[in-house]
Design a protein around this ligand. Structure first.
Ligand code: DOR
Ligand code: ZN
Length: 344
């Protein structure tokens, strides 16, 4: 059995920089034509000039003959000027602006403390039609970790959409039934990405017989009922849901530690994992819209030409691959069989 799709895109990807970026980029470039590149570097990408430099570094790191288009984003801060948004909208290569609530996740300390402080920037985004990509969790330590996405919908997203009726938003890496239902009930200005791990696993994966740090990402995996709701959303045919891997590499020693970093490195088998999830749901016929059409349509970019073919053929994901500074990177499910294989 095999399936051919129009060449897909990854609408949420962490590439890092330097040697780390050079280590992980080929996995994404082999599978995806384009990717929305997250700006949470240290220091974060807050200006169009920094995004231009980062984009050049990515293009320079591509393997010979490989075509891949990095779609750049800016990191929203309390002080992002409206002018920077105007420049971004006119740049031709910055596609969106990313909201990290301060303290919500990896490298979010420069993020937004209060969206009210970003009003001028948000007004300009609304005017320019530039999407706001949201890490949709409140960062209040008093709110239970498993409730932070649901509370974000009530306390942040809903009021924002009312206050800025023309603002376009992407609710990134959905993990709950509540968020999926909210997006399904929204209009065309709200899109959402869903990762492969949130379609395949529930929170038991982190704790079965001991702590499995490679399954820890933020927003964290939730209960089975939420996984089922996400799978229903992704396979529903609703054009507001699209593929975003959130592949987020951290060296093995940074994951397997007393305080392990959040992030699953999935780029080495991401498309294959989505195929597995859709096949299990009996919805392989919906994979192409989710992976190759819906995101491009939302971002008002042309759909890709060309195609990729996946074959139902088992192969083994490497247990670890080389990363930066001599460290190893452990892919999610490293050393385990993968049911679908990308054909060259
Ligand atoms: O698990 C995560 N890792 N979630 C994020 O929001 C950030 C990401 C990272 O950059 O490592
Ligand atoms: Zn992310």
């Amino acid at each position: 059995m095999q399936i051919t799709l129009a060449r897909p895109d990854d609408w949420h990807l962490h590439l890092r920089d330097g040697e780390a970026m050079r280590a992980v980029l080929p996995y994404s470039a082999r599978r995806f034509a384009r990717a929305i590149i997250m700006p949470n570097l240290k220091p974060p990408i807050t200006t169009v000039a920094a995004a231009a430099d980062y984009r050049r570094r990515i293009l320079a790191a591509l393997p010979e003959g490989v075509r891949f288009e990095p779609l750049m984003t800016l990191y929203l801060t309390d002080d992002t000027p409206a002018d920077e948004i105007r420049r971004a909208a006119g740049s031709g290569f910055v596609q969106a602006v990313k909201l990290y609530p301060a303290g919500a996740t990896t490298h979010s300390d420069a993020g937004v403390t209060d969206l009210a402080k970003c009003d001028a920037a948000l007004a300009e985004m609304e005017r320019a039609g530039m999407p706001l990509l949201m890490h949709g969790e409140v960062s209040d330590p008093a709110i239970d970790l498993f409730d932070r996405e649901r509370v974000f919908v009530e306390q942040v997203l809903q009021p924002l959409l009312e206050r800025r009726p023309g603002l376009r938003v992407v609710f990134e890496h959905l993990t709950t039934k509540e968020a999926a239902e909210f997006v399904a009930a929204s209009d065309g200005r709200v899109g959402a990405t869903i990762t492969a791990q949130h379609l395949l696993f529930n929170r038991n994966a982190i704790f079965r017989g001991g702590v499995h740090p490679h399954y820890y990402c933020l927003p964290v995996l939730k209960r089975e009922m939420h996984r089922e709701a996400l799978l229903r959303a992704a396979t529903s045919g609703c054009p507001r849901f699209f593929l975003g891997t959130d592949s987020a590499p951290h060296a093995r020693h940074a994951k397997e530690a007393a305080c392990g970093c959040a992030g699953c490195f999935t780029a080495a088998s991401a498309l294959e994992m989505y195929a597995e999830a859709f096949e299990r749901a009996g919805a392989l016929d919906q994979l192409e819209a989710f992976a190759s059409f819906n995101g491009a349509d939302f971002y008002r970019l042309p759909r890709n030409r060309g195609s990729v073919t996946l074959k139902k053929e088992s192969w083994t994901l490497p247990a670890a691959v080389p990363y930066a500074d001599g460290a190893e990177l452990v892919p999610l499910r490293g050393g385990e069989p993968v049911a679908w294989k990308l054909r060259d």
